[in-house]
Design a protein around this ligand. Structure first.
Ligand SMILES: [Zn+2]
Length: 329
């Protein structure tokens, strides 16, 4: 064992439905011997594969926590063969604060892997996943959305992996999730990501971007709820037929998919999410906020495709991701 201070208040390997906490000791001004209490549900029935399901890896992304809170209340041991481990809010302090990162240590969970048993609160949570929960899992589903600063067309995604068999298994699980879009995702910066740790352990991994803006919609929540059940059915943990609708395959072949802002100002979208864009077409304009009579700065797509992501807030800064263009396969 890793020497991680987190202890589960419920058994992780007993049949039945168990609702409890991952208790992380955290001594502080308002609670000398206090703890961070991260909600967890484990549902198990006999032998069979284990699914590890997580939301709020970033605390301001809501489809995952909603779908997983719902699943934890509705899924019964008799519905499955195997085990389902549900952690609706992985970065629980960030989730409670409605923020992307932890208010305790400013930790971005998805840049804190593989973590450390003697590190910050965020690093300790990451280490617990790396060394305790992930080794138990066969299939791993981690929900994301854009949070307060990005918005996405709803997609489930896999990464290009060195191991072709593992990549094919991940793609099959993404197709089973059956979001309106299925994406081969290129990461800007994959160091410290949960995704990388999961994939390095050889697991079948599905991640998502289901919306954004710091809230969720009836539509995006329905995609999440259907997707998680489809993945459980796909892996044979849950009985029943997959619910499959149309899904467009998208790819991000290289860094030309991203458009980054080089100005501070007011963001004017010139394309909607899901709309086709041509190379060099204006996707957004950035207006000066401090004077009239000056033209906005135009930002153009660097390749043709579909607008799959955009900056969300009304104001934008130099360095912000302004738009992402995906390519239909
Ligand atoms: Zn996220």
């Amino acid at each position: 064992m890793s020497g991680n201070p987190i202890k589960a208040t419920i058994p992780l390997d007993e049949d039945g439905e168990h609702h409890g906490f991952l208790r992380l000791p955290y001594s502080r001004d308002d609670s000398a011997w206090g703890s961070v209490m991260i909600p967890i549900t484990v549902i198990k029935n006999g032998a069979g594969p284990t699914a590890l399901l997580t939301g709020a890896n970033h605390g301001d992304e809501y489809e995952g926590p909603i779908a997983l809170m719902e699943l934890a209340t509705s899924l019964k041991a008799g519905d499955i063969e195997g085990r389902v481990i549900i952690v609706p809010a992985m970065n629980y302090p960030a989730f409670r604060a409605g923020r992307r990162t932890s208010p305790i240590d400013r930790g971005n969970m998805n840049r804190s892997f593989p973590g450390s048993p003697s590190g910050t609160v965020t690093e300790k949570i990451a280490d617990y996943f790396t060394n305790v929960l992930l080794p138990e899992a066969n299939v791993v589903l981690d929900f994301h959305s854009g949070g307060k600063t990005l918005d996405f067309v709803p997609f489930a995604s896999a990464h290009v992996l060195e191991n072709e068999d593992q990549q094919a298994a991940c793609v099959a699980a993404v197709e089973a999730f059956n979001a309106p879009y299925s994406m081969m995702l290129l990461e800007i910066d994959n160091v410290g990501m949960y995704d990388t740790t999961v994939e390095d352990q050889g697991k079948i991994f599905v991640t998502t971007e289901l919306g954004g803006g710091g809230s969720s919609t009836a539509t995006s929540n329905a995609i999440a709820k259907k997707g998680v059940r489809n993945v459980l059915k796909h892996t044979g943990i849950m009985r029943g037929e997959l619910e499959i609708g149309p899904s467009k395959m998208l790819d991000m072949p290289d860094g030309d998919c991203f458009v980054f802002c080089q100005d501070d100002g007011m963001f004017e979208a010139m394309k909607n999410l899901g709309e086709p864009v041509e190379k060099n077409e204006v996707v957004a304009r950035v207006w000066p906020v401090d004077r009239t009579g000056r033209l906005p700065i135009e930002y153009r797509a660097r390749r043709s495709g579909l607008l799959v992501s955009r900056h969300f807030p009304g104001l934008i800064k130099s360095g912000d991701c302004l738009a992402v263009v995906g390519v239909e396969v």
